[in-house]
Design a binder for this molecule. Structure first.
Ligand code: PEP
Ligand code: MG
Length: 576
């Protein structure tokens, strides 16, 4: 009988196939003591297995470099190669064999558990997740030791693919799926930010994780459907359900291939208006995604992610390198780097916790930077130094007062003067701009326009502060409404003021990446949208279908409305 299980959707699409159960090698490890006379042999067994895995990783790296996988895949393989060479893993396991006479598998698993425990103490979620890489490397060695070097299932002939069902999977295993007709995978554990999920998305393999006990609920070879968009898994579906999902899959595939074809198309409206579609990123690791959609540049680089969750601040050189890498990769396309937006929900580990009665209204963003001028100056110096590697623009978050703008500009001048006296080169004509994300800023644009070179509307905060609702509090989330007439007046007014004074204006909040608002923003006059790279092609599709000459007067009428329901209705009609 068919049954359905729900998990976490981590990679979109629909897969229909036969179950292939992949066992969890580590659960099958034997524990025994080796006789003293066989210790050398056991150590040699470990070393041979390590050498075999080293070879496997070299092969995987070559496949990634040859362009058969996402660029990040090469990085995972490098990370696992590094762990394999780390004395904390193999040398420590060797010592356990020699001193305690443990068999090689047991020695490895003991040392792995010890390392995983240490990773679990780390607060930074990215580094904490790297414990999965340790487990995966050990799993590879154990597989070799057990005499089961990773083998993949044969190709099927009945038209249905193979769906891998496992407790957990490594990114390296996932790369191998490409050549083996693997339709998708489901796992007991895992999260949306795991490397395996990232690889699955980059290879467009549907996947659902976090299913808890799926491995014990299915049998080898039975038919299974994965809906990677909704996180649903159907085990043992009848032919009618299979047919229904085949149809859905065909529709989705058609949509996706159409979108990919837009990658190199200019985003121009029907009446010839050019639109820039820029990417929001958190660091150099996002470069691959930007390239995949051929973004026009970076519209928002959230630099605070460089040090949130760590115990030390990145020094000037480390920051310089992170900025330089993105500028170099973008090869002359504009890169807007935002100065640190710390505080509120993005607190630093490095400073002592201070009681804040209302963090979103407290020492946040530029207020924090100005209260820590040395930290701010270090960042400004790193930014200026990086400016020689491309077209860098500096953007400052949450400005609301003329004095804040002036203080910031004075600090930038100080950083310039220091670098000049040290004979360090930087771009003398670098543009400085502001985020418009506080209603006060949107209502007093003159002070920004007189002093700065560009504006970018942060709709996430602008909505939060206009409507007085905490954007992270689910109790008031139903009141978070981008179509509130007050919000639209502030956005529309900012875009219009920019056009009047020849000041470039972009939107970099979530509204820019939501196709429900594209026509509205185009009709307001917006020509620069910055969003998560994954949304760029969908927004481009909206732009290509738009006629801004026809939209503009209709949107002007929407901006005069003062009832949310009417606004909503009129915005829906823009697409009709
Ligand atoms: C915004 O507020 O819209 C924005 C882009 O900044 P963040 O989401 O980082 O606060
Ligand atoms: Mg913001």
């Amino acid at each position: 009988m068919a049954f359905t299980i729900h998990g976490l959707p981590v990679s979109q699409g629909i897969a229909i196939g036969h179950v292939h159960l992949v066992s969890h090698a580590l659960l099958e490890v034997n524990h025994y003591h080796v006789a003293a006379r066989y210790i050398d042999e056991e150590v040699a067994r470990l070393e041979d297995a390590v050498a075999t895995v080293q070879g496997e990783l070299v092969g995987l790296k070559a496949a990634a470099t040859a362009g058969h996988a996402h660029s990040e895949v090469g990085a995972f393989v490098d990370l696992q190669t590094m762990m394999l060479a780390d004395p904390m893993l193999v040398d420590a396991a060797r010592t356990l064999i020699e001193d305690r006479r443990c068999n090689a598998e047991w020695a490895l698993v003991q040392q792995m558990e010890h390392l995983v425990e240490q990773f679990e103490q780390i607060e930074d979620p990215y580094l904490r997740e790297r414990k999965a890489d340790v487990v995966q490397v050990v799993e590879r060695i154990v597989k070799v030791l057990l005499g089961h070097p990773g083998h993949l299932p044969p190709k099927r002939r009945d038209g249905l693919g193979t769906v891998v069902v496992a407790h957990d999977l490594s990114p390296a295993d996932t790369i191998g799926f490409r050549d083996h007709n693997i339709a998708g995978f489901v796992t007991d554990v895992g999260g949306p930010t795991s490397h395996t999920a990232i690889v699955a998305r980059s290879l467009s393999i549907p996947a659902v994780v976090g299913l808890l006990h799926i491995r014990h609920l299915v049998e080898e070879d039975e038919v299974i459907i994965i809906d990677g968009s909704r996180g649903v898994v159907i085990v043992g579906p009848d032919p009618q359900i299979i047919e229904e999902y085949r149809l859905r899959r065909a529709e989705l595939e058609l949509e996706r291939s159409k979108l990919n074809r837009l990658k190199d198309t200019r985003a121009t409206t029907l009446d010839g208006e050019e639109v820039m579609l820029l990417a929001n990123i958190e660091g150099p690791k996002d470069i691959g995604q930007i390239r995949a959609v051929n973004a026009d540049g970076v519209g928002l680089y959230r630099t605070e992610f460089l040090f949130i969750g760590r115990d030390t601040l990145p020094d000037e050189d480390e920051q310089y390198e992170a900025y330089r890498d993105v500028l170099t990769a973008m090869a002359g396309k504009p890169v807007t780097i935002r100065t640190f937006d710390v505080g509120a929900d993005k607190a630093l580990n490095t400073t002592e916790a201070r009681f804040e009665p209302n963090p979103a209204l407290g020492l946040r963003a530029v207020r924090y930077s100005l209260a820590e001028p040395q930290m701010f100056l270090t960042q400004l110096r790193a930014l200026l130094r990086a400016s020689v590697h491309g077209q860098l623009k500096i953007m400052v978050p949450m400005l609301a007062h003329a004095t804040e703008i002036d203080q910031t500009l004075r600090l930038i001048d100080k950083a310039r003067a220091e670098l000049r006296s040290e004979h360090v080169r930087f771009d003398e004509s670098i543009e400085i701009g502001a985020m418009i994300e506080v209603p006060a800023a949107a209502l007093a644009l003159g002070m920004f326009i007189r002093r700065l070179s560009f504006l970018s509307i942060g709709t996430n905060d602008l909505i939060q502060y206009t409507l007085a609702i905490d954007r992270s509090d689910e109790a008031v989330v139903h009141l978070y409404d981008p179509l509130h007439p007050a919000v639209l007046k502030l956005i529309g007014g900012t875009i219009q003021a920019g056009a009047r004074f020849g000041m470039p204006v972009s939107v970099c909040g979530e509204m820019a990446g939501d196709p429900a608002y594209t026509l509205l923003l185009l009709g307001m006059g917006l020509r620069q949208f910055s969003m998560h790279p994954a949304n760029i092609l969908e927004i481009k599709q909206q732009v290509l279908r738009a006629d801004v000459g026809e939209l503009a007067p209709r949107v002007q009428r929407i901006l005069r409305m003062d009832e949310q329901a009417k606004v909503r209705e009129a915005v829906l009609r823009l697409a009709g």
